[in-house]
Each structure stands twice: as C-alpha cells, then as structure tokens.
Design a protein around this ligand. Sequence first.
Ligand SMILES: [Zn+2]
Length: 495
Amino acid sequence: MTEGQSRCTHERCVRVPHEASSNGRCIFHARAEDKNKKEFDEALRGYVSLEEVREREKAYDFRGFIFPWDIDFKKDLGINTFADGDFCHATFEGNASFDDATFIGIASFGGMKCQGTLSFHGAKFEAEADFRDSIFEGKSIFSQVNFEQIGWFSKVVFGEVSFAESTFRSIMFADAIFKGKASLRDITCETANFDRAIFEDEVDFLGTTFNDEALFRDAVFAKFTVFSYVKFGFTEFYGTVFSEEVNFSFATFKERTYFTDVRFKYADFAKARFLGNATISSKSIEESISFEEASIENITLSSLNLKGKAQINFTEARLRNTTIKCEDVEDHIKQEIDKDYREAQEIYLLLKNNFHSVGRYDDESWAFKKEKDMERKSYCHARPLRWLGSMFWNLLYGYGERPFRIFGWCAFLLLFSSFVYWFSKGVFHVIGADLVLVEDYWNNLYFSVVTFTTLGYGDFRPVGTIKILASIEALLGIFLIALFIFAFARKTGGR
Ligand SMILES: [Zn+2]
C-alpha cells in the first residue's frame, strides 16, 4: 500500500480513510451508513478543538462533510462564531441548527444539501453568504437573520421556507425554486432579485420593504401570492406569471414601476398607491383586476388584455392623467357586468374626467355616452318617466355625442310629412286668386322641404287640418337644425 492510497479519497482531504468506509473516505466524508454515532461525534469534537483550527480563528472547513444525524453547532460543538465557515457541498441528513451564529468571514454553503430542518434563526452574516445551488429538502428557517452584505440564493431549491423579519443589503434569488410555502414577510432589503424564480406554493411578502429595487422578471407564482403593505422602490415585473390570486392591496410603489407583459388571474390593487411613474400592461387578465380606492394618477394602464368576462374595478379609484384606452376596459367594467348601473354611472364619470385630463376626447365622448346609458338603465324600473326622457335624448342624438343621428330624424320628418301632404291632398298651388290641388308627389316633397326649413315661398299653401302638420314640421325643423348645430359645434370645437 502506497502513501497516496492511505488518504481519504475526497478532494484535497488528507485524513486517513475510515475503517468502515467502502469508498475509501475518512470518517467525515464517508457515507452516512458507514458511520457510527459515537465515533463520528468524537471525531467531530476532536476536529473543532484542534489547535490549528483555533489558531486560524475558527476558520472551519466542513467542505463535503456528511452529517448523518441532527446537529446543533452551538449546543453540540460549542461553536457560535464562524470565520470563513466553509460548508460547500456538505450534506445534512438530519436537522442542522446554526441559530444565533455569527459568520464573520464569507459563509460558503454553496451546493450543500439538507434533508431535515435547516435553521439559521437569528444568525448574522457580516460578509457575503453564499448558498447557491443548494437543495433544502426539509424546512429552512432564515427568520430574523441579518445579512449585512449579499445573500446569494440563486438556483437554490427550497422546501418550505421562512425569511420573515430578516434584513438584507441585497438578496439574489434568481432561478430559485420554492417548492413549499414561502414566507418573506417583513423583510427589509435594499435590492432583491427574483428573476425567473418559481414559487410552486403560496408566498407571502406582507409588509416587506424593498428600498432600492426589486426585480421579478419572468418569475412564476403558481399559488396565492401576497404583496400587501409592501413598500417598493424601483420595481420590475416583466413577463411575470401569477397563476392564482395576487394581492397588492395597500402596497406603495415609490419609484418607477413596470408591470410589463404580466399574466394575471385575479389581481387586487385595492388601496395601492403609485407615487412614481408606473406602467401596467398585461399579457392577459383571466378573471379580474381591482383598483378599488387605489391611487393610480399619472400612470399608464395599457394594454390590459382582459379576457372574455374578466372584470376591472375602479370603485373610488383616484384616476387622473392616467393613460387608459377605452378598448382596454370596454365591456369589462365590473359594475356594469353586475348590473349595478348606479355605481357603473359613477365609474364612467370617473373615466370620462380622466379621458379629458389626458386629452383622449373620443374616449371621453364614449365614457360620457356610457355614463348616460348607465343613468338610463338605472331609471329603467324605478323611474319610468326619466327612463323615457333619457331614452329620447339617446335616440335623438346619443346625448350629444352622435350629432349626425339628427340627419336621420330630419330625413324621416321630411319624407313622412311629404307623404301625408300627398295622400291627404291638402296642399294647393296659388295661382292668382285660385287654388289648384298639387297632385304630384315631387311638389308635395318640395312643399315639405320649404316648410321644414321655414323658407315658406308662398307658392304652395296648406289648406284645412293639414296646416297643423305643416306648423309642427316647421317647428321641429327649426329645433332639429339648431340642435344639430349645437351638438356638432360642441363635439368638434374646443373643449
Ligand atoms: Zn476526508
């Protein structure tokens, strides 16, 4: 046997192979089933009390160690402070506790694996903490942890996890997978990156503060997601997918905010406040989006792509200078779908004023028309007379928004009257002192036009009861022409 073969086969390890190890590993690197509890625990205690480890100020090297049963570093080994703790590719087959530990140097946990519960409750990382590519099969607890530098969790696979009440300077969760419930409540951090992260279960960000920026590009939230009371700085949701309900109620978006090509099912922005420049454009909204009592002034809300019967709710929203297009919300106003016409009327009034504030006059005219439609529908049962009145103005000229409808009425009146004159034989030609019946239709039509426009040349004259119709036609003629001029000028002139 040569000297080389008498060493542990794990990389760079210089320890002697463990007797029971079938693959030539030392007692630390040997497979769990090759270990004996008493021997392993003794060896571990022997290692941490080594003079050379103490001299290097607690620079522990647990790289690739396989911990076969539960371990609590403080209780079992008396370690509370780690300088350059190296646990790369270590395996914990039981639970592992680092509660209240302090990591002075870089904490390397990259590629580690934990099958039991992993707990860092109350720990403090003074330098970077690196957990990249780790797999946490059990529950992991990072609550009340203080990450003074960057916390790297890229590509980590989490089971159930809690980061509640932790503070970070910066967290990286890019490409992480959260298989269990994730609690990210009351976190305080400067920057956070969740790009392409996948949340397979419920996730809760309640009360978290992202001071500088938070990125969620192409992230997927498969279950109920809570962002209530979250304070956002610069925020980017790009291509993000919310497969179930997402709740942003009471959230504050302080800086520039992008919701671009996001897919929503139920999105609730009730009482949310957008203080910076914001753009919300969605690839699809399957069921509903609510801005109830939300402040959405000066933001862009387009294109929304509400699907089929999806609803949008603007109840008491603060709309102003909000870029919305009528085609985005048409047929999706919640109150109208619910046949709550009185409330729907308020919503259209809100939209109308908003369209005016952004200079979208065609959309303003649409909203005004809808407002009147809702008013009419709300009268339908309770106040039939007002309903009739409202219906009349709608049919006549679309509440002023359809002036050319008046032309139709003019044509109808002219033709109708001309036929009555013709059939009733009540129009006579004045020749000297004689009256000769006008028998051909065209002259009756001519008489109708002259009467309608109140030109009254006097060459033809109505006789008998037909005078009444001629008078009415003349009055209606003046009224319709005046009404058309008024509506046309109002619609095309300055506002
Ligand atoms: Zn070894």
